[in-house]
Design a protein around this ligand. Structure first.
Ligand SMILES: [Zn+2]
Length: 557
């Protein structure tokens, strides 16, 4: 009963604004059929999807594993029940993503060998994690280690850690993150840019001809603890099938303690090395230590699927364009060798986002009237493996990227009750932002600025893969202020989740969780998407934005 009242008041709120001001720029696009569809979005249906997808029987929805495939089939089945059109390969809901699973075998070795003194073999998982990106069964590295600071080459910020030094055939030791600054014009100030991400660092090292790269883990700099690195880099790891770009034989992380040891082996101090990297004048430092690594790999080519459905638009012309919704369904699978609970259920991450995606799809499918542009629903695979499913989707979209006006992504929307804030970081960089602001106001949701821009969340979820090909894209999530609690409570919940449950087997479904907020985020996203499907012009990135060149290249008008 109470729930219905809340729903009704939201609907009345929208209708009210509509009635008061018929020339309201956004309300004109909400016909009664959309309101009625919207009204049906139900927290308990989202709960049911989350409960199923995070069940132990789905074995943690590992990419290319049985549980992941069952999740994909479940989502495709929901799309079919909704009568949505398949938008995958050959008239199916499935878009095949060719991948290769790499498992580092126990006989792999990773040793630091100083020019004088004895070698030090590092212990897997507790001291280092490493993968061979070349997709070979066997790789050997015996190469000098060169410390390259942040490993960043960013001409627009006049920053170059390489200084033209030839690092071909070397192993590069580097810091995560990027030079810190308060100046918004310098690496966007406190905010993390793509240069600070490990993905960039490996890519750049490979482009420079290095054979390996070792990232030094430090909790504050990475913004997540070593356990996250370890859990995301053990067991099988997936890659998109080789496409000709250069790859590393050793792509590694080492624990800060091991890095400290490596520095002292070289007669250097880790603190000083880290401090030196902050200077523009930093130059690469060759260390008198070699990495001797033997990578023995199990290589398993396989396919996993993105699940894609479409609701054709109602406007004869605009239906060739689309709004996209996305949410990854994969998680970390299971670790049969681990004692105790070894299923990474991924309830919050990201059964919640999938539940929302399916409920939004259901609402659109049920609507008596359809939006003008088409709507795409994409549940992608291999996010936890480095945004691979969405990367493939961005490179092979069912509708050309230049005709996709917006991607709205959901990733890990915690079931914590009724939110009074929404996070839509990245939306402020698009021409859609005034609409986002207006709708947030109607939903009585305060827009919460990225609470930790230094964590670079924008580059860590699937919307980024779509932004890279030019599509205006961002994720929708609740902030930290919930009804009946102060912001400190919400912050504490978030911190506790990051420390204790994020990427751990304990990210599980709890019957007592309150999915009200997930439904609010679904309704808010529905409203944003409906609006984006109705505007006369396609949405773009603001002038000078890092993704604007890609948008222009995509041919979007
Ligand atoms: Zn996620």
């Amino acid at each position: 009963m109470r729930k219905n009242l809340v729903l009704l008041s939201i609907i009345l709120l929208i209708c009210g604004v509509w009635a008061q001001n018929s020339s309201h720029p956004m309300a004109v696009h909400f016909p009664p059929a959309a309101i009625a569809a919207f009204q049906k979005i139900d927290a308990e249906r989202i709960r049911a999807h989350v409960r199923f997808l995070s069940h132990d029987l789905l074995e943690g929805r590992g990419t290319g594993q049985r549980g992941g495939d069952i999740a994909a089939e479940y989502i495709a089945t929901q799309f079919a029940l909704d009568g949505l059109k398949p938008a995958g390969d050959n008239g199916t809901y499935m878009q095949k993503v060719p991948m290769v699973g790499i498992t580092s075998a126990p006989e792999s070795t990773f040793a630091l060998v100083p020019s004088k003194g004895s070698a030090r073999e590092l212990k897997p998982l507790s001291e280092y994690v490493a993968y061979d990106e070349t997709q070979q069964t066997d790789s050997t590295v015996n190469a000098e280690i060169v410390y390259v600071g942040y490993g960043v080459e960013a001409p627009e910020y006049h920053w170059d850690d390489y200084k033209g030094v030839d690092v071909k055939g070397k192993v590069l030791l580097m810091l995560v993150n990027e030079p810190t600054s308060e100046d918004p014009k310098f690496f966007k100030g406190k905010a993390l840019t793509y240069y600070g991400r490990w993905v960039y660092k490996y890519e750049q090292a490979a482009r420079k001809g290095a054979v390996g790269a070792i990232l030094i883990h430090q909790t504050e700099m990475a913004s997540y603890p070593w356990e996250v690195v370890r859990n995301s880099n053990s067991g099988e790891k997936s890659y998109l099938k080789l496409d000709g770009s250069p790859k590393l034989k050793v792509a590694a992380w080492i624990h800060l303690d091991a890095a400290r040891e490596l520095a002292s082996m070289s007669g250097l101090d880790i603190g000083k090395l880290m401090a030196d990297a902050r200077s523009k004048d930093f130059r690469p430092v060759p260390l008198p230590v070699k990495l001797q690594a033997h990578m023995v790999n199990k290589v398993r080519p396989f396919e996993s699927n993105n699940v894609i459905a479409m609701l054709p638009g109602s406007d004869a012309k605009l239906k060739s364009e689309a709004v996209m919704y996305s949410a990854h369904y994969d998680h970390l699978g299971m670790r049969p060798d681990m004692p105790g609970d070894n299923i990474y259920n991924g309830a919050d991450d990201n059964a919640t986002g999938c539940g929302i995606l399916m409920e939004v799809a259901h609402a659109y499918a049920d609507a008596a009237q359809k939006p003008r542009r088409s709507i795409l629903f994409a549940s992608v695979t291999a996010e936890e493996q480095g945004l691979l499913g969405s990367e493939y989707l961005g490179k092979h979209p069912p509708v050309p990227a230049g005709k996709i006006t917006l991607d709205l992504n959901y990733d890990d929307v915690p079931p914590l009750g009724s939110p009074e804030e929404v996070e839509v970081s990245g939306s402020e960089r698009t021409t859609f932002y005034p609409t986002v602001q207006a709708l947030a106001e109607e939903f009585r949701l305060a827009i919460r600025p990225d609470s930790r821009p230094e964590a670079g969340h924008y580059y860590r979820s699937d919307h980024f893969s779509l932004a890279r090909v030019g599509i205006p894209a961002f994720s929708i999530n609740a902030g930290v202020k919930y009804k009946g609690h102060d912001a400190a409570w919400g912050m504490q919940q978030a911190n506790e989740f990051t420390e204790k449950h994020y990427h751990q087997p304990s990210d599980e479904y709890h019957p007592e969780s309150d999915f009200t907020g997930d439904a609010v985020m679904a309704r808010f996203g529905f409203a944003l998407g409906w609006e984006a499907a109705s505007t006369p012009k396609l949405i773009g990135w603001q002038k000078g934005d890092e993704f604007e060149p890609a948008r222009i290249k995509s041919g979007a008008k």
